[in-house]
Design a protein around this ligand. Structure first.
Ligand SMILES: [Cu+2]
Length: 78
């Protein structure tokens, strides 16, 4: 089954971004606070060990990337 919007329901997307610059709890807090302000973001979880940012919701991909950039981090190319 393809992932996408189902008619009549709001798609709840989960995306994982690889952010190599994450190294401690401060990074986690900074990114979670920036990304948490993006419209459509339901939940944001930063994994310091894995250096990933998991975003749940129907937020715009570019807006999430911009927020991570705004927090001072770079998303690794896929
Ligand atoms: Cu840090």
């Amino acid at each position: 089954m393809a992932c996408g919007k189902v008619r009549g329901t709001v798609a709840r997307m989960e995306r994982t971004y690889s952010v190599p610059g994450i190294s401690c709890g401060h990074c986690k807090a900074a990114i979670e606070s920036e990304v948490g302000q993006v419209a459509g973001v339901e939940r944001v979880e930063v994994d310091v060990d894995a250096r990933t940012v998991v975003v749940v919701g129907d937020a715009d991909d570019a807006a999430v990337r911009a927020a991570i950039d705004e927090a001072g981090y770079e998303v690794a190319p896929a």
